[in-house]
Design a protein around this ligand. Structure first.
Ligand SMILES: N[C@@H](CCC(=O)N[C@@H](CS)C(=O)NCC(=O)O)C(=O)O
Length: 297
């Protein structure tokens, strides 16, 4: 992992900015079209997990193709064993470098490739789900949920910022901190955010009320990884998800929805983090357990 330049003064982890940020939008350089765009994702990666959930929730499986990369990343990055049927590439880096030969950052999932121009359109993960929800609306399945309703967008965006800073990225700030102080700050924020969400979800099934939204999609991947990985590997050990009765019930409520369950692969998640992130687990040993029943009533 080339995390060196993402560790700032005081041992704090500061995530790299997304380099590819073009938008798929009507009348733009990349107009939405069925069959034109290919999503590259890993079941292990929480940022990619979001896009897999939304693609399935909205019934876009035949509209936007997907290539799943191998969960174990080596020093050359994400790989498609046997090659990607759409582009022929073996390493995801080939798509990044074909688009920008001078690209110096990490080769990340999720990203979206345009089959027509043979260019990487975006690795801007917060925008990918919003694009599927808005630009691809004409292809949504009948009865698909409106995950980003016009009247709720400000509230959704505001809560998403809290969830990202305090939790989605908060766990990485705790896990990748290289000083006690940076870790202490980050882990305190992670659990303050969980406390706040526990309170918010008391008395409502989803974060914004009775209907599922983009905020729920963003919260879930970090909850799904929490006890299995972040509790030990990222040292987010003050409490477990299963110690929060409301949040744990909420996480299982989401897991009961096929788009969430089908895209949650605990084995790939565990193998990816413990084997690939040798900066914090040099032995690459994958722990056994914890045993958690996600289907409990
Ligand atoms: N694009 C974002 C978020 C996506 C991201 O970090 N994905 C991880 C997997 S969870 C990845 O692809 N990492 C590749 C690497 O570190 O080489 C970033 O650059 O930080």
């Amino acid at each position: 992992m080339k995390l060196g330049r993402e560790i700032a003064e005081g041992g704090r982890f500061v995530r790299q900015p997304n380099r590819f940020t073009a938008r798929i939008e009507a009348d733009g350089e990349y107009p939405p079209e069925a069959g034109r765009y290919q999503l590259y994702a890993s079941y292990a990666c929480p940022w990619a997990h979001r896009s897999l959930i939304v693609r399935e929730l909205l019934g876009l499986q035949d509209v936007v193709g997907v290539t799943i990369v191998d969960p174990i990343r080596d020093e050359k990055g994400w790989r498609v064993p046997g090659g990607d049927p759409v582009t022929g590439m073996e390493y995801l880096s080939e798509l990044y470098l074909a688009t920008d030969p001078d690209y110096q950052g990490r080769y990340t999932v999720p990203c979206v490739w345009d089959v027509t121009t043979k260019r990487l359109v975006t690795n801007d993960y917060p925008q990918i789900t919003l694009t599927l929800e808005t630009a691809f609306a004409p292809w949504h399945a009948e009865g698909a949920p409106d995950l980003y309703p016009a009247g709720l967008r400000e509230e959704i965006d505001a809560l998403n910022t809290v969830i990202f800073d305090g939790f989605n990225n908060g766990v990485y700030k705790a896990g990748f901190a290289t000083s006690q102080e940076a870790y202490d700050d980050a882990v305190t924020t992670v659990f303050a955010t969980l406390d706040l969400l526990e309170e918010r979800l008391a008395g409502r099934p989803y974060l914004h009320g009775d209907a599922l939204t983009e905020s729920d999609v963003r919260l879930y991947p970090t909850l799904a990884r929490f006890d299995a990985v972040y509790h030990s590997h990222f040292k987010c050990a003050i409490r477990r998800l299963t110690d929060y009765p409301v949040l744990w019930a909420y996480a299982r409520r989401l897991y009961a929805i096929p788009a969430f369950r089908d895209t949650t692969d605990f084995d790939q998640i565990k193998r990816h983090y413990f084997i690939t992130q040798t900066n914090i687990n040099p032995s690459q040993i994958v722990p056994q357990g914890p045993e958690i029943d996600w289907t409990a009533a």
